[in-house]
Design a binder for this molecule. Structure first.
Ligand code: SAH
Length: 248
């Protein structure tokens, strides 16, 4: 298969990822001829056989990101945005993440940080993450088969992100990995997990607890004067708890 890697988008914002250059591209709005796809320039207007209009451009990081393979429950974008804002992750940051799951959080962070190291105990997930890393062409992320409860290979970390069922068991290893002032963020879907995590944090002399929050995104529908919240969407994902390492 000859690769194309293009995005086509309708005027209504329906987006499609076209990757095969050898075939016409079929959608519910008719098909676009393969030669039209191949010969089009950035931002060109294309028409399907049913005269539906499409614009074509090269994918951005986020377009490819939305196509990654997902197996484990991933951290949604609204929560990733909050993690980045609260910890100030930027191009200088070294991040340790566990468990990798599908790598959704770690791959997104690798797009903006200096380096991401992600720990996972399951071989099948390690394979998925490595596929996603290749697909996104990320060079600054490493997956290691390590149990975050047992030990850490990595030191001098700015931010540790945890998405494991029993995050309170990882406090000592996370604390060892972090540099003083570094952030620990834990994502948990349920309330008892938050209680156990925060209670354990409060007993840990090397970490100070900052806060727990939940991010709610409510999308609205805007159709002429029919303007109201959408009646479906993602209701609950998880709670985010934040702490900082204070001493060695
Ligand atoms: N944040 C990920 C999803 C993580 S799902 C994403 O956005 O894609 C939780 C993962 O943690 C699972 O894959 C599980 O195998 C892994 N895991 C559970 N306990 C672990 C541990 N002690 N050390 C490392 N990984 C662990």
């Amino acid at each position: 298969m000859e690769e194309l890697k293009k995005i086509v988008i309708t005027r209504q914002g329906r987006k499609f990822y076209v990757k095969n250059a050898d075939e016409d591209f079929h959608t519910q709005y008719g098909f676009i001829k393969k030669d039209d796809l191949k010969n089009a320039g950035e931002g060109d207007l294309l028409k399907s056989n049913t005269n539906k209009e499409f614009f074509i451009f090269n994918p951005f990081f986020i377009d490819l990101y939305r196509k990654i393979k997902r197996d484990a429950q991933i951290v949604p974008l609204k929560d990733i945005g909050f993690i980045i804002a609260e910890t100030g992750i930027n191009r200088e940051s070294r991040i340790l993440d566990a468990g990798s799951g599908s790598g959704a959080l770690s791959c997104f962070l690798a797009g903006i940080a200096k380096e991401v190291i992600t720990y996972e105990i399951r071989e099948d997930f390690i394979e998925i993450v490595n596929k996603n890393i290749d697909f996104l062409n990320l060079k600054n992320i490493k997956v290691k088969k390590i149990n975050i409860f047992d030990n850490v290979d990595d030191k001098n970390i700015d931010v540790v992100t945890l998405d494991v069922p029993e995050p309170w068991n990882a406090l000592d290893s996370c604390s060892k990995a972090l540099k003083p002032g570094g952030f620990l963020v834990s994502y948990s879907p349920s309330v008892p997990q938050v209680a156990d995590f925060v209670n354990a944090l409060r007993k840990n002399a090397n970490l100070v607890y900052l806060k727990t929050a939940e991010i709610i995104e409510r999308e609205w529908e805007v159709e002429e004067r029919k303007v109201r919240p959408k009646s479906s969407g993602l209701c609950h994902s998880g709670f985010l708890s934040f702490a900082r390492k204070v001493r060695q």
